[in-house]
Design a protein around this ligand. Sequence first.
Ligand SMILES: [Zn+2]
Length: 208
Amino acid sequence: MTVSSLARPEPPLERYAEAKLPTPHGLFQLRVYREPATGLEHVALFHGTLTGAEDVLVRVHSECLTGEVLHSLRCDCREQLELALERVGAAECGVVLYLRQEGRGIGLGNKVRAYALQDEGMDTVDANRALGFPDDARDYAIAAHMLRDLGVQSVRLLTNNPDKVTGLQRLGVRVNERLPHTVPSHELNRGYMDAKRVRMGHDFPTDL
Ligand SMILES: [Zn+2]
């Protein structure tokens, strides 16, 4: 380690690239943040005036390749992301943060290992534990950093997950309101949705 690296630690996140992104939900600004330590690239998709803004509509969304790209019916990630883009796009201003923490933070391969255990009858929480992982390994420090960098003063958070609210609050994000972010369940993801509600404290109705 050099003297200069001791004196000047790397920032946890740096702005890396930015461009406009037209979508079916309107024109967004796409900004890529890069973690120097890991090379991971996270996305902020936003529109409107955010600097100094209060009560900004925000969705903090974690990557799900199987759901979003492959249209897996095991989870509701793609539907939640679509709904977030729709709601944020329709608001005066807003942000969708897309975090590269696949499988609630355990990575794609381990998520699929957990799926294999679920195929044998475990639920999502027990499968994670059997593999030696926490129920939810997601870290919202990156999200808090991005919101600060965007100049957002306080947020209205689109989530059914009270732990996400407290996790962000612990990191200094002012969450003025939690807005339910509910998509319909179906036969194939009902067990997963039940586990999220019963075992992980997510707050949404049972009769979706
Ligand atoms: Zn998913």
